[in-house]
Design a protein around this ligand. Structure first.
Ligand code: SF4
Ligand code: SF4
Length: 469
């Protein structure tokens, strides 16, 4: 029986007091009894033992059949998502900032209105007809370029009228400190998603996210997040595929470090503050940084994830990394391909240079082209970066035997390049954390899912616009 089945990506685990079998080949999840779990563990750890009970039944559901693994370059999805890094300036001085205080290793520039409009023209000229186009305002602190944000939204909307079949969804990532009433209102009216950075408990947040003068920033950041939440609650939005209703547009996004391995307390704090959608991400830090996470921290982080799972299972909390996109199976190429940086997604820096994503901004070896207005009608053609099209889970040695590959797609390119061994060589700690999160996410999906087992879950977590790793 097993000859025709691929059992190489079967993963068994226990979470939330239950036993599960996840089949990394098909993406299906089954809940197991304790006896079946023991049988499967013996089977997976030793060659030559009989088929475990239930194998035929699970196979009949479609488990253990792997889609063909792509090789070479993944087909280009066409440019559909653009980050406008409108500000290389920031009014905070976060210790762990990957953007080096907002400047990305270069000067602290702001994007001009002209460059932002060129970016919109570039996106519309390179998009496939009828495709929804995403525009994300990012920084540094993007609200330092507020006039650019307002103008760009208006300009893009005028392009919708001029070019039938195009529609935009806007998103914004902000530290929240510069949000006032009118800005919150504008955000609530126009942004499909707004991400406000808050790390959790005030003392945790203020330890690594001070203002430029060293002053605490929690109070003003939390006030900004609350202003957005209130404006979203007031705004009568028409929900649709590009516009979630009301307060569902807001995500609180924070970073946890070695200093708060008990980050579940930060999730709890944020939930008690009235925020329902929360994403806390592990810090990416240079080796030796006092706040850097190391493999010895994993048991503590596991404990935190387990607490967050209990909270998410019990109440209205949505924890970003535990929300599997269960209803929208993605095609195999997309599941293998990951985030789309450098293929369907790119970032424009204030000087008009285009990079594969916001994290690569300023890394000149990855600059793809420059928008300077010298090319007529929409600017240069976007051909993507072949290095990224080729850096998918099917191409990475480390990913080939990894049970998480269909959910992960090969991980974050920037993390691999900066903290692993290169674009094709993921960083082991980030892989351990991804698999840890995925076990919890699968368990939560099973706890929420009504009906019989096995519960089939076919696609990976969908970021609120983009995973800001
Ligand atoms: S990047 Fe890591 S977690 Fe992701 S598929 Fe590859 S080995 Fe697995
Ligand atoms: S996952 Fe990494 S490479 Fe992809 S868009 Fe996010 S930061 Fe960039």
């Amino acid at each position: 029986m097993t000859d025709s089945l691929d059992l190489s990506l079967v993963h068994t685990f226990r979470r939330a007091g239950q036993a599960f079998l996840f089949d990394g080949a098909s993406g299906a999840l089954a809940r197991l009894g304790d006896g079946a779990l023991a049988d499967w563990e013996i089977y997976l750890s030793r060659a030559g033992v009989p088929d475990p009970p239930g194998l035929g039944r699970l196979a009949a559901y479609g488990l253990f059949r792997r889609p063909p693994s792509p090789s070479g370059h993944l087909p280009s999805p066409g440019l559909h998502s653009l980050c406008l890094n409108v500000s290389h300036r920031c009014n905070l001085a976060c210790a762990y900032c990957f953007a080096g205080g907002g400047g990305y290793g270069g000067g602290p520039g702001l994007m001009t209105l002209k460059t932002a409009r060129l970016a919109i023209d570039f996106l519309t000229a390179n998009a496939r007809p009828g495709r929804a186009l995403s525009v994300d305002f990012f920084g540094g602190e993007p609200l330092l370029a507020w006039d650019v944000i307002e103008d760009t939204v208006g300009y893009a909307q005028s392009r919708v009228k001029a070019a039938a079949g195009i529609r935009f969804r806007f998103s914004l990532t902000t530290n929240g400190t510069l949000v006032d009433g009118p800005r919150a209102q504008f955000i609530a009216r126009h942004m499909s998603t707004v991400i406000v950075s808050l790390d959790g408990r005030p003392e945790v947040h203020d330890r690594l996210r001070p203002g430029l003068g060293g002053q605490p920033s929690y109070r003003s950041a939390a006030a900004g997040a609350r202003a957005v939440l209130a404006a979203l609650a007031r705004e009568r939005r028409s929900p649709g595929p590009d516009m979630p209703s009301g307060t569902d547009a807001l995500w609180i996004r924070g970073t946890f470090t070695k200093h708060n391995r008990d980050f579940w307390r930060d999730v709890e704090h944020l939930a008690n503050e009235g925020f329902r959608q929360i994403s806390l991400e592990p810090v990416l830090a240079p080796q030796g940084a006092p706040y850097a996470l190391v493999p010895d921290d994993l048991p503590y982080l596991e404990e935190s994830y387990a607490h967050v799972l209990d909270m998410a299972a019990a109440g209205p909390l949505r924890f970003f990394h535990f929300e599997l996109n269960a209803d929208r199976p993605a095609c195999a190429a997309k599941r293998f391909g990951g985030c789309g940086a450098g293929t369907g997604y790119a970032c424009v820096a204030p000087d008009g240079r285009v990079y594969p994503c916001h994290q690569f901004d300023g890394e000149r070896e990855f600059a793809m082209l420059r928008l300077d207005g010298s090319t007529a009608s929409g600017g240069p053609r976007f051909a993507g970066d072949g290095r990224f099209a080729a850096a998918h889970a099917g191409a990475k040695a480390a990913c080939r035997g990894c049970w998480a590959q269909l959910h992960c797609g090969g991980g974050c390119h920037y993390t691999a390049w900066r903290h692993g061994g290169g674009l094709l060589d993921p960083a082991p700690l980030s892989c351990d954390l991804l698999r840890l999160r995925l076990e919890h996410a699968l368990a939560l999906a099973a706890l929420r899912a009504p009906g019989p087992v096995p519960d089939r879950i076919l696609s990976g977590p969908a970021p609120p616009d983009r995973t800001r790793d």
